[in-house]
Design a protein around this ligand. Structure first.
Ligand code: ATP
Length: 346
C-alpha cells in the first residue's frame, strides 16, 4: 500500500537527547547569569567522543538560546598525524554548522611532565582564542565518568576536599555541561548521529593511573558494589564542592582583617590562626601562599606551618615552596624565598 503520509522524522536517540539537555541547561544558566544575546560560545573540541557529542549538541542548542557557537581545536603536535586529527575534528565542527572553527598548534613544555605540559599549553591556547574571538564561554566535554575518576584518584592520594570536590560545572569562562552524563552516553550519541570520534591512544595507555582507574578500578567497583558507583562518586564531589566553597568564602571574607604587610612579605596574626578550626586555618595559609606568592601548599606544608601556632616551642623558620614562614612574636610572617629546586611558583 502506498504511504501518502509526510515523511516522519526518526525518533531522537535517548543519548542525543540527554547530551542536549546537559548543554541546554548549562547554556540557559549562563544566559541567566549574564551571557548576552548573540554572544559566541566556543566548544573545546579534541575530536574524541565526549567533545564531539558536545559540539553537535551545542550546534543544535545554542541558536535556540540566541547564542552563536564555534569551536577551538588544539593540536599538541605530540603524536605523528596530530595535525590531521585536528583538521578532521575542525571539519566535523564546520559540518555541524559551528563558526568560527579555529585550530591552534601549540608547543608543549615538559616542565611538570608531558601530561601537565599539554594541559597548560591547551588551556593557554583556548583562553587566547576565546579572548581573540570575544567568546563569552568555553564548553568542555568532561563527563560524569571523568568526575568519578578524579574523586577515586584523589581518594587514593589521600586528598582533601579541595581535590575531591572534582571539576566545577562552571569556572569563570569555562562550562562543563556533561558532568551529569555518562561516557557511554556520549559514545552512543556519536553513534546515533553518525559521528566518527577520534580514539586518543593515551586513553588506553596503562602507564597513566587515570587510565587504570577507568579500565580496571571503576569496572570492578561497579561490578562488586553496583552500577551506581560512578554516580555516587560524582555526588560526593558535588557535596564536597558545596562545603568547601562555603569554607573558602568564609576565609576570603576574613583574610583582609587578619593579614598585615610585613617587611618583604605578609604577616598573619597568631591569635586569628589559633582561634579558627583546622579546616579554616589550613585554608587561610593556602590562600595567603597562593594569592601573595603564587605558591600552592599541600597538607604536609600547612600542618607544618600550623605547628608554629599550635605547638610553639621557639622553633626556627619553615621553608615551603617559594616561601619562608617564621613566627615573630604574635605574627606568622611569610616572605618570598629565592629560586629553589622545591619551588612550585609559576
Ligand atoms: N586537543 C584539544 N583541543 C581542544 N579541546 C580539547 C583538547 N583536548 C581536550 N580538550 C577539551 O578538554 C576536555 C577534556 O579533555 P580530556 O583529554 O580529558 O578528554 P576526554 O575526556 O577523553 O574527552 P574527549 O572525548 O572530548 O577527548 C575535552 O572533552 C575537550 O572539551
Amino acid at each position: 500500500m502506498p504511504n501518502n503520509s509526510s515523511p516522519r522524522r526518526p525518533p531522537l536517540s535517548p543519548a542525543v537527547a540527554e547530551v542536549r539537555v546537559g548543554v541546554r541547561r548549562a547554556l540557559a544558566a549562563a544566559r541567566d547569569s549574564g551571557l548576552a544575546e548573540g554572544a559566541l560560545v566556543l566548544v573545546a573540541l579534541s575530536g574524541g567522543p565526549d567533545s564531539l557529542a558536545l559540539a553537535s549538541a551545542t550546534a543544535f542548542e545554542a541558536p535556540k538560546l540566541a547564542l552563536r557557537a564555534g569551536a577551538v581545536v588544539v593540536d599538541h603536535g605530540l603524536q605523528p598525524g596530530s595535525a590531521e586529527v585536528a583538521d578532521r575534528a575542525a571539519r566535523a565542527a564546520e559540518h555541524m554548522g559551528l563558526s568560527p572553527v579555529i585550530v591552534r598548534r601549540v608547543m608543549v613544555g615538559h616542565g611538570g611532565g608531558p601530561e601537565s605540559g599539554a594541559r597548560d599549553a591547551r588551556y593557554g591556547a583556548i583562553t587566547d582564542v576565546a579572548a581573540a574571538t570575544d567568546a563569552g564561554a568555553v564548553l568542555l566535554g568532561h563527563t560524569l565518568d571523568d568526575q568519578a575518576e578524579t574523586v577515586l584518584l584523589g581518594l587514593a592520594r589521600g586528598s582533601g576536599a579541595a581535590s575531591l570536590r572534582g571539576m566545577a560545572p562552571t569556572n569563570g569562562l569555562y562550562l562543563r555541561p556533561l558532568l551529569d552524563v555518562r561516557r557511554e552516553t556520549t559514545h552512543a550519541a556519536c553513534a546515533a548521529e553518525g559521528l566518527q570520534p577520534w580514539t586518543d591512544p593515551h586513553n588506553s595507555d596503562t602507564r597513566f593511573s587515570r587510565v587504570r582507574v577507568r579500565n580496571a578500578v571503576l569496572p570492578v567497583l561497579e561490578r562488586e558494589l553496583g552500577p551506581g558507583v560512578a554516580d555516587a562518586l560524582a555526588r560526593t564531589a558535588e557535596q564536597l564542592r558545596e562545603d568547601s566553597e562555603a569554607l573558602d568564602r568564609m576565609v576570603e571574607e576574613m583574610i583582609e582583617e587578619i593579614c598585615e604587610p610585613a617587611e618583604a612579605g605578609i604577616a598573619v596574626s597568631v591569635s586569628a590562626l589559633a582561634v579558627n578550626p583546622a579546616a579554616l586555618r589550613n585554608r587561610i595559609l593556602r590562600l595567603v601562599a597562593s594569592s601573595e606568592f603564587g605558591s600552592s601548599l599541600d597538607r604536609g606544608h600547612t600542618v607544618e606551618i600550623a605547628r608554629l601556632v599550635t605547638d610553639w616551642r621557639g622553633q626556627g623558620p619553615i621553608d615551603v615552596p617559594g616561601i619562608r614562614v617564621s613566627r615573630e612574636g604574635s605574627l606568622i610572617v611569610f616572605t618570598a624565598r629565592g629560586n629553589d629546586s622545591e619551588s612550585r611558583i609559576g
